[in-house]
Design a protein around this ligand. Structure first.
Ligand code: AHR
Length: 310
């Protein structure tokens, strides 16, 4: 009798264990752009699909909020932590805490500068390559235009740092042909700030402005509004290039107002959640996984617009 009771208890326990949901803390940067909202939606949808209990924190573009969220996840003893770091530096102390607690950390979207043993894997796009692709597009299609202004994303973020570095170094290689970045303004990946920054750049540099490189589509769409408000034609009088390939930007390419957008695909929730499952079940993952991104311009927009998902 005792034996059968014990067996029943063990069966019940193993059933409970089998059903125990993985608990994952996700510290998102905020909701600064259309890209970001699509990224959050992709992570949430995949967690739901895989039956994972996702604790989502929108850090509202505050490093302090994001650090607090990660620390709370450690205190709560979650099974894994997903972090989309707002900026590159300052993460070591809180990642040490996660490591000491034995919680695997997945860095996604933006990179960090830290001891690589403090996180299990990075999953996201290659921002340097994106900046290069944008610059190469300009070099191939600029015609007689040479003077560039740049709208920059969140200062200190790997997205802004690497896109700026790649674009500038590619342009520097052709400085002998007159390509020059004449001014830069921070607009934090936000559409309203892109509009304001562009209005300021047009007021300060007037007809000198011939090309705009925006670190993301939201800022480019804001810039297009400012260019039109200044009585100039985006896409013709001023070349506009950006990064992300959100649907509204691809529509702007189709309308001839945005010349090119380099894709930065935010829909990698499945990759992130697969890494979570592997890491929490004793599996291994690659140290870095990069998404594949493409360039969208007038040459392929008709084929690509109908399939845009974000
Ligand atoms: O880190 C990725 C960047 O952050 C996207 O390009 C931008 O739209 C977002 O806010």
């Amino acid at each position: 009798m005792k034996h059968s009771l014990l067996l029943a208890a063990l069966a019940a326990l193993s059933g409970t264990l089998a059903q125990a949901k993985l608990v994952v803390g996700f510290a998102q940067t905020g909701a600064e752009s259309v890209w970001r909202m699509a990224n959050s939606a992709s992570i949430k949808a995949e967690a739901e699909k895989q039956g994972i209990d996702l604790r989502f924190v929108d850090a509202q573009s505050s490093v302090e909020n994001q650090t607090k969220a990660v620390r709370q996840f450690v205190t709560d003893k979650v099974d894994a932590i997903v972090l989309a770091p707002l900026v590159v530096s300052g993460w070591e102390p809180v990642l040490q805490e996660a490591k000491a607690a034995g919680i695997p950390v997945i860095i996604m979207d933006r990179k960090i500068v830290a001891d690589a043993s403090l996180y299990a894997t990075f999953i996201g796009s290659d921002f340097f390559k994106e900046g290069q692709m944008a610059a190469e597009w300009v070099l191939a299609h600029a015609g007689t235009k040479r003077k560039i202004v740049e709208l920059q994303g969140e200062p200190g973020s790997s997205a802004a740092n690497e896109r700026q570095r790649a674009f500038a170094s590619t342009m520097a290689g052709r400085a002998n042909e007159g390509f020059k970045i004449i001014a830069r303004k921070v607009a934090n990946f936000r559409r309203d700030q892109g509009r304001q920054a562009m209005a300021g750049l047009l007021a300060a540099h007037g007809p000198d402005v011939e090309i705009v490189f925006a670190h993301n589509d939201d800022m480019a769409l804001g810039a297009i509004e400012a260019i039109e408000a200044a009585g100039r034609r985006p896409g013709q009088d001023i070349i506009v290039v950006s990064i992300d390939a959100i649907k509204t930007a691809v529509e702007a390419v189709a309308a001839g107002k945005l010349n090119c957008t380099v894709e930065c695909n935010p829909l990698f929730g499945p990759k992130v959640m697969d890494a979570v499952v592997r890491l929490t079940s004793g599996g291994t993952v690659m140290k870095e996984t990069f998404n594949k991104d493409i360039v969208i311009d007038a040459s392929n927009v008709v084929q690509l617009l109908p399939g845009r998902q974000y």
